[in-house]
Design a protein around this ligand. Sequence first.
Ligand code: FAD
Length: 486
Amino acid sequence: MIPKSKSLVWFRRDLRTFDHAALHHALRDAVQDGGAVHCAFVFDTDILAGLPRPDRRVRFIHASLRELDAELRQLGGGLIVRHGAAHELIPRLAAELGAASVYVNDDYEPAALARDAHVAALLAADGRALLRFKDQVIFEKSEVLTLGGGVYGVFTPYKNAWLKRLDAQPEAAAPWMIEPYAAGFAAAPALALPSLAALGFDDGPLPAPPGMSGATEAFEAFLPRLSDYGTARDFPQLDATSRLSIHLRFGTTSVRHLVRTLRQMTANGAGGAGAPVWLSELIWRDFYAMILFQHPHIAQQSFKPAFDAVAWEAGIEADALFAAWCDGRTGYPLVDAAMAQLNTTGFMHNRLRMVTASFLVKDLGIDWRLGERYFARQLNDYDLASNVGGWQWAASTGCDAQPWFRIFNPTTQSQRFDRHGEFIRQYLPQLARLEARAIHAPWLAPAEELKACGVVLGENYPAPIVDHAQARQRTLERFAVVQAAQ
Ligand code: FAD
């Protein structure tokens, strides 16, 4: 056995130095055993290989690592950065450093679980251990079960049980302290951060202010708007949501910190009606992580097997429709503006994720998996559990999904949630001069009105690629196979 004096904390989707479970446990053990903790991050070529170039997320991580290193240095440590296959580099680094244990925060995605099992086996073969901690969620895996011990498949009872459990066990949201154990850090050489070019990526603008400071800024900016969250969150032209998803994705904030802050505010009579609604969204995140862990097949297949019988459109025409959806050329302004938001910023408002996903599946008849993969490439906050959860919800194939016969009408969604067309105008400048009554369905506007506003359908803005009423009928027929199986 390797003597227990040195250890390694492997940072992955937890790029912060506060309230960090693995770092806390490594430092505390080191202080108790007289050991020293090294910290490392690997730009994992197994992950980077599948990413588009440029990739906004890689830029965000890259910039966040600089801050992470600076913060670690303030505490007495520092970050070792490597580039290569993590499953090889981590065991090698542990051996180089003489680390008896590698501490990580759990990642519940199937590929991450497989990677960690591989790393654990390689470390074990060398007499070392991989120690895993819950950090990414408040309650994981089987922590919130039905009274009968089953896994929840419906959100509301899960949420009620989650809230009850947190009331009974508030320490689940308690912070994992770092500062008291800072003496456990091993000194680190100066940061050697490979350039984006060396990693094979282009430089460019950041998708959001990075690092813990970026997360703090976003949270502080959001808190004054929290009380209105419940009523304003569905309107994409308003700055009503937190924009913390990228920070939750890469762990530049801690979900415990967010939940604690909410609970404290609520206890002090602050946060208003918006606080429980926002907490509910954080619980959705836990719910989907739990669902993916319990049902890993949902990354590729329908949650409900009967829906695997649905025959999606395929062939050259379907490919062309899919390309039009990706590019924001469907002729439905809200859908196209939403896709423009995604393609130009890497973010898409939640209401619009629902509208565009529903449009792809239920207006174009295209397999939700294609849309899920497209979002995976584009979204700054891409998270397998939430993305698959959201897509299967919109496609009606998921647990607690919207019923298959409920089909969003893209025009009425537009009239309802972007009433004055402000969001559409922001992302589709060619429609900017249209009045609100014409902007949601320009093909219905008189030709002279379009002309006067500089809109030429088929030239500077497409005519609708499908007729919604007919598409709706086709979808009802397509999903009839499910009804027959039920
Ligand atoms: P806020 O409204 O401020 O919510 C706070 C946090 O709660 C979010 O940051 C997020 O972590 C969590 N959250 C909010 N809504 C949901 C939800 N429905 N499911 C799970 N968690 C939620 N979210 C992702 O983080 N990554 C994804 O890849 C992703 N893909 C989606 C795909 C589809 C088709 C749909 C319908 C939703 C998807 N979502 C995804 C959920 C949601 O759209 C985003 O979390 C949200 O828009 C992020 O903006 P925000 O941080 O301002 O959210």
